[in-house]
Unconditional design. Structure first.
Lengths: 309, 309
């Protein structure tokens, strides 16, 4: 019998559990682009925004590739292609690090991968990847959640030793539904009430209904943060790293501006998925990679990439 | 047969119609708290935010009165009390300038009323009033709309010669669903496709389904604004005046912070309601005042009000 240090959806009570695992593992073991103050900020806040990772030309190339990939997916019947709840606009395409030449190259981008290694303190692999498109006027809200809560309960991720990397490919303003994060929330695990039904993922990708943190816990996290919520606003090309347990969400987007990003979840090679920490059966491979795991070898993505040491 | 200079919901085509009516009427005719640059900004943008109208003590009094009024309305069955679409939390209470001692006094606040007279260039009266409470975590979005479009089509307001005054009683951050406005949009009337059914107001107060501007027109307004959307963020006590035809909306509020405000629509005494510019029957008095109209005599609301000349 495994001990579950992060129990959730096991009773009717919500609970705030102090995180005992480190945020940054083996600090200093790996070289990479993040300096000491970057690492400090990530450790304290649970996220880090970087503005100078990619050149404007590189951002243009990524945005063009994303657009093309979305267009090619229109009308495609596949589990990895997710549409808006109402309508058939493509919202997300999963598994792009395996199924798409360009994005598989981007998934091993040396700047990104080296940063992920600095944060996780080990070799890393991709646990999940996707590109997201949130259309203007009708992009739906995404309620507060910790990714780790889902990955732990539904996918059997043992520890919060994963980091999400969002490469933001449209300008993000306060008015077009940017990601919102509660600083410091990664230090607390919100054990959510309720139980996980079979195949929850089929609807949870469109609208989250389970693993929902209670208002009381969210209010406590907000107050611990000094009543602050950070919004990931910035120019296209911004890279956001956020810790697997950081509480985040986003409002709907009624503005005319769409939002798009490429999204990679790096997991520590020492934190590979086990049996789910619940009675549910495993989610599909495109949501939770288990097959053929091997460490990523960092590579330049673009012809003349900036030197990232 | 009246000529309708602002036709809407009369066909299937959306259309952008240039506003021919002035924004500020009879500039200089009335004394008041707004200076020349305030008036210029309102004329250009279609809205104006003022931060020093009320003292902190006065803001506290207003917030307390709002809270008390909402609590007293709980469970009350009345057309003027509107709850959230899902749940029974009170979202708005209408007609507070008639039914509530404090808010009727606030509705004739000398600073506010004199400003309204400066903008409308005539004596003014209240066309509609309400207090709004948008709860934390679950405040729903309000899609883009021009109030004048509704007031014209459904209430028979002849011209865009009205101004909404929102006294914002909670701190408004970018993350708790502040009002968003498109600068300069008051200079264009978006003629919306579709027709108005009977008793549209009963659902439109909860979720707007008709008189919805089309995406193409919204995009044009956004582009004319230099691709800008302004958010009404600021400290509690901020006063926002916005022109009846200014395009505005708000995202949902998933943050723990509620939002509340007192809301008064001042109409020019020379712009009183006629027959609706549609086949629909008139909306009720609490949405569109027609009875016993007389000019407001500006009065101090609080004991030691700041002198507003």
């Amino acid at each position: 019998m495994r001990t579950d240090f992060y129990p959730s959806r096991v009773g009717s009570e919500a609970k705030l559990i102090k995180r005992e695992d480190p945020v940054i593992h083996n600090r200093g073991k790996f070289d990479g682009p993040l300096n000491a103050s970057d690492l400090d900020a990530y450790e304290e806040n649970g996220f880090l925004m970087l503005n100078d990772v990619f050149s404007e030309d590189e951002v243009d190339i990524m945005a063009e590739q994303l657009k093309r990939t979305l267009e090619n997916a229109k009308g495609e019947k596949s589990d990895t292609v997710v549409t808006e709840p109402e309508g058939d606009e493509v919202r997300s395409i999963f598994e792009v690090h395996k199924n798409n030449d360009f994005f598989s190259k981007l998934a091993s981008n040396e700047h990104i991968v080296k940063a992920a290694r600095q944060l996780l303190g080990s070799d890393v692999y991709i646990n999940q990847s996707r590109i997201n498109f949130k259309p203007g006027f009708s992009g739906k809200e995404f309620y507060w959640h910790s990714d780790f809560e889902t990955w732990h309960v539904e996918d059997g991720m043992p520890k919060p030793r994963a980091v999400s990397c969002s490469i933001i490919l449209t300008d993000n303003y306060e008015y077009n539904g940017p990601l919102m994060l509660i600083p410091g929330s990664h230090n607390w695990f919100v054990s959510c009430p309720g139980e996980t039904p079979e195949n929850n993922y089929e609807q949870s990708l469109q609208k989250q209904e389970l693993g929902i943190p209670d208002k009381e816990s969210l209010t406590q996290l907000f107050e611990k943060a000094g009543k602050r919520i950070e919004t990931a606003t910035g120019k296209a090309g911004m890279v956001l790293f956020f810790e697997s347990n950081t509480m985040h969400g986003s409002a709907g987007n009624i503005s005319p501006l769409p939002r798009s990003n490429a999204f990679f979840v790096f997991n520590s090679i020492q934190n590979q998925l086990e049996e789910p920490f619940s009675n549910a059966s495993k989610r599909p491979e495109f949501l939770a990679n288990r097959e053929g795991i091997k460490p990523i070898d960092p590579q330049p993505t673009f012809e003349k990439e900036k030197v990232t040491t």
